[in-house]
Write a protein that binds this ligand. Structure first.
Ligand code: FAD
Length: 408
């Protein structure tokens, strides 16, 4: 065994991959990241709820934690469909944006070690090394491969082909409205709060995030909304994932290709179903987009010298607002377990799996419970009555995207 630094390949240069790569590098590993996209990633997702563990991981990666990281809300508010206030809850939280985190993590990782435009094709794990082969014909060898290649992970498919994203029966429409485009009454009611509106089966929420150029200056911020809507897989999902040329995009259509009539119908539904303040936010959003909500649950996350991390390993529905924090916790657990195990990489990986699989199963299950009422609209549901207990304004304020430290 060589006495030099241990070597690691990280597949996927998004948030999960960058957490792992930065932490491994700081722990003395010789790390290289391989990302399929040729350019730095941008504009992916929108708002991100922060948690203590997310801040801890950022700090460990060398990212400065200051006011520029996000927008602070003092509490939560639930609006009835007529716009009146149903409930309030004091709960300070910091909301950041996907792009803000990505740039922060990317800027602290050496560019020369980040190989963009490189797609992993196959991976082979042997006793004490792993070999990654890329679609351009090149190959790389290391002591460890971290698969942070997302919900449709190539690496997971190699060992767990039966684990596929399972559509939950509803989608999340998302978007950002410029603060300056909002009317004074809507701004006064909602802007500095984490807002909710439940109307029939509809579940809308929103919160302020940094605006263009990551500005958190009042007047330059955005309001981010996430609107969960039941969508039947056969009849409706296929239709809204079909672009104007008739091409079908299975499960996720690029935002600019969403048909104008689909967006117009969604805006009309917002006016009909939601509190007028939220309908105004939807109206003011220039490029709304939607994401089908899925679950992914892997029975194992370690295969020889390979570890799954982030969305490649588990995807919890977004109701816990913790997908990024989970990826950050995975990365910290992995690097800490490897540090304890020293040169015994296999032992470190076993400890990582033993710690993170149960924690991730619990998060997926909690998020599923919070989303059961939405799921029960389009699918037969064994726990329909129980599901409704979580679909009230009071439950939303106390349960959705709360700090992970408040969950018992
Ligand atoms: C509607 C919605 C709302 C959400 N809201 C929140 C929230 O409020 N808070 C939160 O924390 N999380 C939220 N999430 C979840 C969050 O976006 C993810 O959990 C998080 O970004 C972790 O992703 P990842 O890095 O593991 O994977 P990804 O971000 O999917 O990255 C995978 C990367 O791997 C690359 N890749 C894929 N295949 C290959 C290959 N073969 N070779 C090389 N590269 C490859 C891809 O190009 C990509 O860059 C939300 C998700 C959804 C759908």
């Amino acid at each position: 065994m060589s006495a030099g630094p241990r070597t690691a390949i990280v597949v996927g240069g998004s948030l999960g991959g960058l957490f792992a790569a930065n932490l491994l590098l700081r722990a003395g590993w010789d790390v290289h990241v391989y990302e399929r996209a040729g350019e730095p990633l941008s504009g992916r997702g929108a708002g991100i709820v922060t948690h203590d563990s997310l801040f801890r991981a950022l700090e460990r990666c060398g990212v400065a934690i200051d006011a520029s990281l996000g927008c602070e809300v003092v509490g939560r508010i639930a609006l009835a469909p007529d716009g009146s206030v149903v409930e309030r809850l004091a709960l300070p939280q910091v909301l950041t944006a996907w792009g803000r985190l990505y740039h922060a993590l990317d800027s602290v990782f050496p560019t020369a070690r980040h190989h963009r435009g490189r797609t992993l094709a196959t991976v082979q794990s042997e006793d004490d090394r792993v070999i990654a082969r890329f679609s351009d014909g090149s190959a790389s060898e290391a002591d460890l491969l971290v698969a942070a290649d997302g919900i449709r992970s190539t690496v997971r498919a190699r060992w767990l082909p039966e684990v596929q994203p399972e559509y939950a029966g509803y989608v999340a429409w998302r978007g950002l409205a410029d603060e300056r485009d909002l009317s004074a009454p809507t701004h006064a009611t909602l802007f500095d709060r984490f807002g909710f509106c439940l109307s029939g089966a509809e579940h809308m929420l929103g919160y302020p995030v940094a605006g263009p150029g990551n500005s958190t200056t009042p007047g330059e911020r955005c309001y981010n909304f996430v609107w969960y809507r039941p969508v039947d897989e056969q009849r409706e999902l296929e239709s809204i994932c079909t672009d104007a040329t008739g091409r079908h995009h299975p499960m996720s259509i690029p935002p600019p290709l969403i048909r104008a009539e689909v967006i117009a119908r969604m805006r009309a539904d917002a006016r009909r179903l939601l509190a007028p303040q939220f309908a105004e936010i939807v109206e003011a959003t220039r490029q709304p987009f939607f994401q089908p909500i899925c679950d992914v649950q892997s029975p194992r996350t370690v295969f020889g010298r390979v570890a799954l991390l982030g969305d490649a390993a588990f995807v919890a529905r977004p109701h816990c607002g913790a997908g990024v924090a989970k990826a950050a916790e995975d990365a910290m657990a992995l690097v800490d377990a490897l540090a304890v195990a020293g040169r015994d990489v296999a032992r470190g990986l076993a400890a990582y799996q033993a710690l993170r699989v149960p924690a991730s199963v619990a998060l997926v299950e909690r998020a599923r419970t919070l989303g059961n009422a939405l799921e029960s609209v389009t699918r037969p549901h064994r726990r329909r009555a129980e599901a409704r207990l979580h679909h009230t304004p009071q439950a939303a304020l106390r349960e959705v995207a709360i700090p992970l430290s408040m969950i018992d």
